[in-house]
Every structure is written in structure tokens, then in C-alpha cells.
Design a protein. Structure first.
Ligand code: SAH
Ligand code: DHB
Ligand code: MG
Length: 224
């Protein structure tokens, strides 16, 4: 198969998975539509990935969720719908337009009361979260060169049993290239070194294919 055919197959299977197991959803579909109309990049998690995050939140019985990198709030909506009763989600976003599109999408999904979008570079807003933790689930999906610093902050905002998920840790396989000078690859590799040297956590990474191409999630558990 050519690369194009391979990508088409991944997209077709993602579409099948959505049809078979997920279905259409008015608020999520509208969030994608309005994000695109506002000119946001279409780099939100796929629907199967979003539902995976949602199920993870439910499996954890999460009452506090932190997200770093909101974009239009698509992953935010999936995650917030997985909150236990009375739970809250805080999501951090640096770009004002992204934050305002996200707030509207989140409100339309009926989640304005449980989700708070905090505007500003995450390295400025993270230190203000000290009194709001610990979080049960942390999803990291902002600038990839920041992943090592985000891991340090996430760990400080965790308790034993907290799960920390990082998006985009494979990037078409480029992560395996030790000589890469790509800031994104270097960020993920530095993250993995930090994780490996941290006795308080256990971790893996899972490669994924689909509408977003070939990438992956890292899953970090804070040891109990
Ligand atoms: N989680 C979203 C996609 C996030 S895309 C979803 O799946 O629906 C990455 C987002 O991180 C972008 O909106 C970008 O503006 C934001 N971002 C980039 N650098 C950031 C920083 N330093 N602090 C906070 N957000 C940042
Ligand atoms: C891209 C995808 C992402 O999930 C992300 O967080 C940033 C960029 C991309 O495909 O370019
Ligand atoms: Mg991502």
C-alpha cells in the first residue's frame, strides 16, 4: 500500500469505530465545526481518542481533572463528561481566541458550571493551581517542548493513584530518533528520561494510528 492508501485505511477504520461504538454527538460535532470556522487548527484528539480519555476519567472516578492545552475544548468536553458527580475540570490555554472558542463550545455542551478555562501560558498558570489539587487525572496536550516542565508540575499536583496522560508522544515514529533536532521530539525524549528517572511513577506509551496519522499516548501512573 502507498502511504496515502495507508492513511485512508486508518481514517476509514476510525470512521467505522465511530459508527460502531461512539455515534454522532451534537455538542462535540458543533465544537469541531465552530473551532474550524474560527480558524483554529484541526489538531484536537480524534473521537475514538476522546472517548478513550472519557472512559479513563470514569475508570478513575475522577473528581478533579486538569488539562494543559485546551484548543477549542473538544478533548475538554470528552473529559468533563467523564467527571464523577460534583467533579470539576480546569483547562489551561495560552491563546485568547482558543480560550474564547472553547468557552462557547463548553457552554453549549452544558459544562460551563464544571469547567474553568484559564487563559495564559501554562508555566504562568500552573503555579496558581497549588491550592486546587491534587488532581485525579491530568491530560497534557500543549506545546511539546514544554512536556518536561509540565511533568514536573503535574507530579506536584498529583496524589498516589493519579494518572497523567501525554498526547503526541510518537509523532510518526520520529520519537525513536535520538539524533533528531526537532524541538518536539527532543521534548518528548526529555520527558521520557525524566519519567524513567522518577521512582514515584510507572509509565508506558502506546502507539496509535487513525485520522490523525501515526502518533501515541504516554500513560503515567503515580504509584500508590
Ligand atoms: N487538547 C486539545 C488540543 C490541544 S492543541 C484537544 O484535543 O481538543 C494544543 C493547544 O495548546 C493549543 O490550543 C495551543 O494554543 C495551546 N498551547 C500552546 N502552548 C501553550 C502554553 N505554553 N500554555 C498553554 N497552552 C498552550
Ligand atoms: C498536532 C497534533 C496534536 O494532537 C497536537 O497536540 C499538536 C499538533 C499536529 O498534528 O500537528
Ligand atoms: Mg495533541
Amino acid at each position: 500500500m502507498t502511504n496515502d492508501q495507508t492513511k485512508q485505511l486508518w481514517t476509514r477504520v476510525d470512521r467505522y469505530i465511530v459508527d460502531a461504538l461512539i455515534g454522532a454527538d451534537e455538542a462535540l460535532d458543533a465544537a469541531v465545526r465552530d473551532s474550524e470556522a474560527a480558524g483554529l487548527p484541526a489538531i484536537q484528539v480524534s473521537a475514538p481518542q476522546g472517548k478513550f480519555l472519557h472512559l479513563l476519567a470514569r475508570m478513575l472516578g475522577a473528581r478533579r481533572i486538569l488539562e494543559i492545552g485546551t484548543l477549542g475544548g473538544y478533548s475538554t468536553i470528552w473529559l468533563a463528561r467523564g467527571l464523577a458527580n460534583g467533579g470539576r475540570l480546569i483547562t489551561l490555554e495560552a491563546v485568547p481566541l482558543h480560550a474564547s472558542v472553547a468557552r462557547a463550545n463548553i457552554a453549549r455542551a452544558g459544562l460551563a458550571g464544571v469547567v474553568e478555562v484559564r487563559l495564559g501560558p501554562a508555566l504562568e498558570t500552573l503555579p496558581q493551581l497549588a491550592g486546587e489539587g491534587p488532581f485525579d487525572l491530568i491530560f497534557v496536550d500543549a506545546n511539546k517542548d514544554g512536556y518536561p516542565e509540565y511533568f514536573r508540575h503535574a507530579l506536584a499536583l498529583s496524589r498516589p493513584g493519579t494518572a497523567i496522560v501525554f498526547d503526541n508522544v510518537v509523532r510518526g515514529g520520529r520519537v525513536a530518533d535520538a539524533a533528531s533536532d526537532d524541538a518536539l521530539v527532543r521534548g518528548v525524549r526529555a520527558l521520557n528520561e525524566l519519567i524513567a528517572a522518577e521512582p514515584r511513577v510507572s509509565a508506558t506509551a502506546i502507539q496509535t494510528v487513525g485520522t490523525k496519522g501515526y502518533d501515541g499516548f504516554a500513560l503515567v501512573l503515580v504509584n500508590t
